[in-house]
Design a protein around this ligand. Structure first.
Ligand SMILES: O=C(O)C[C@H](O)C(=O)O
Length: 504
């Protein structure tokens, strides 16, 4: 019987969490580079380029690839010939590892977990608890898959039970078409089919963490019906034209996974799990011989890409301190802007509190008139950093508050992913604009922040209101003052039929 020491589990998981926060998985990166080379849509290519540029900066600086350092999810397979020493349950050991990894003094990660999902939603401040799944298997080792799943992609998980004769492919393609871009494409779509409702979800979740092998499949062709289905879905989803960040383009997925399990004759449960550009996971096997540490990938795995054009193609520069409606009216969707000046920050919890404060007839702690607001929850800074990685959060969640914000005089909002129809109308009515930064390019965005200070509501943790002073922060105009939306027009322009199976 193998004895696995509890401290070895804590150390292995701690170190894996730090590792995956910093380094993109090389197999994902490889496909992303291919997607970048093949992308013909300029805004989408630029977005992929920013993710790649940011990935390299994260690896060099040993800082998180995304400000959303995720919810820790661990799949454990304990061999029945192995025993974990001590009397602390495995989930407690994993929580301890999470606490240590997220509070690491050299590379603190963002605490995103809230206790009590229904009411208070108070941040636990150390990103615990993790979500742990344990399976007992034959063997004498402990296998751990350690993942950190971002909230934006987790929010887009979907489940259905189809009739046995219905097409899984059609449901998947239709569902992805309606998901929007909050899951930060280009990424992986993972499908779990069969079992019971919860089994299908777990199949999909687990398969999302398998190695990316679509490059091989495209080259060699399918050798099973599942592989045929994966290729079909890959082409049909990319044919939707969603593209990187939903800006319209050729690359929406770099891989599609399908996992199955026997099911009831009356059922066809189907889970759809999107995996974002921060495709973080590590696979460890503990054999009883001490903790496992992963060797960092060589820097050559991270290509050098420069994304912001110079000279005649240089983007328009915008001074946020003197922003006017007249200036905003001149911006057109798809255009890149370089923002400089003072920028407010605020996301879900701050918006809710702003609405509650105004509803009570009280003054806000900061005037919103003429301001731009960035939907962000940054990582805490270390060393000489002004702010830690600080990419955008999904703007769609702020739609319900947009009228209130615009009525208060906000002129521009910055986030990621699409806005709803009513919000777009409201933006146009107010002569404002919605801009997008690239989700997954968090280190690159943070480099543009020259100063950061807390303005209000510190108790909201990473969701507090801050003021950034930015210099040349790159953004793309997503909704302009005339009410045009890049997330509507981009995908419509790049949508195309999937190639027939023989051409694929
Ligand atoms: O929480 C965040 O910073 C981002 C979130 O994962 C999102 O994609 O909306």
């Amino acid at each position: 019987m193998t004895l696995i020491r509890p401290d070895d589990i804590v150390e292995s998981v701690r170190s894996a969490l730090q590792y995956i926060s910093i380094y993109h998985a090389p197999d994902y990166l490889e496909r992303l580079v291919e997607a970048w080379h093949g992308e013909q849509s300029v805004p989408a290519k630029n977005a992929i380029g920013q993710i790649l540029e940011s990935a390299r900066l994260a690896a060099i600086g040993r800082r998180p690839i995304c400000q959303d350092t995720g919810m820790v999810t661990v799949f454990a397979r304990l061999g029945q010939g192995a025993r974990i020493g001590g009397d602390r349950p495995l989930d407690q050991l994993i929580n301890e590892a999470t606490r240590l990894a997220y509070l690491d003094a050299g590379n603190p990660l963002r605490a995103s977990m809230v206790r009590d999902p229904l009411f208070e939603r108070t941040n636990t401040r150390d990103n615990t608890p993790a979500v742990t799944h344990v399976e007992l298997v034959a063997g004498e080792t402990l296998e751990l898959i350690v993942a950190a799943k971002g909230g934006g992609s987790e929010n887009k998980a979907r489940f259905t039970v189809l009739n046995p004769a219905a097409s899984v492919e059609d449901w998947v393609v239709e569902t992805v078409a309606g998901l929007g871009a909050g899951w930060c494409p280009p990424g992986v779509i993972s499908i779990g089919v069969g079992g019971s409702a919860e089994k299908a979800m777990l199949l999909g979740k687990r398969a999302a963490l398998d190695p990316i092998d679509m490059g091989r499949l495209l080259k060699e062709g399918p050798s099973s019906r599942i592989e045929e289905m994966r290729l079909d879905l890959y082409h049909r989803i990319n044919g939707l034209g969603i593209g990187a960040q939903g800006l319209g383009g050729l690359a929406t997925v770099v891989d599609v996974k399908v996992a199955t399990y026997p099911t009831h004759a009356a059922s066809k449960p189907v889970a759809l799990i999107p995996q974002c550009a921060a495709n973080r996971h590590a696979h460890l096997t503990l054999t009883g011989e001490g903790p496992v540490h992963l060797a960092p990938p060589p820097l050559s795995a991270f290509p050098e890409i420069t994304t912001v054009a110079a000279g005649a193609d240089a983007p328009r520069r915008v001074n946020l301190d003197t922003l006017t409606k007249e200036e905003v009216a001149g911006w057109k969707i798809g255009e890149t802007l370089l923002l400089s000046g003072r920028l407010l920050t605020g996301r879900d919890a701050a918006h809710k509190r702003i609405a509650e404060t105004l509803a009570k007839g009280e003054d806000l702690p900061v005037s919103l008139k003429g301001r731009a607001i960035y939907y962000v929850g940054p990582v805490d800074p270390v060393g000489d950093e002004v702010v830690g990685p600080a990419g955008p959060t999904t703007a769609t969640r702020m739609d319900g508050f947009t009228d209130i914000m615009l009525d208060q005089g906000v002129l521009a909002m910055i986030g990621k992913a699409e806005r709803g129809a009513a919000t777009i109308d409201s933006i146009a009515r107010h002569g404002a604009s919605y801009l997008v930064a690239v989700g997954g390019a968090a280190v690159l965005v943070a480099k543009a922040v020259r100063e950061a200070r807390l303005l209000a509501w510190e108790d909201l943790g990473m969701e507090a209101i801050r003021e950034f002073v930015v210099e040349d922060m790159p953004v793309t105009v997503a909704v302009d003052a005339a009410g045009a939306s890049v997330h509507r027009e981009g995908p419509a322009r790049w949508r195309r039929p999937a190639p027939a199976p023989a051409e694929a």
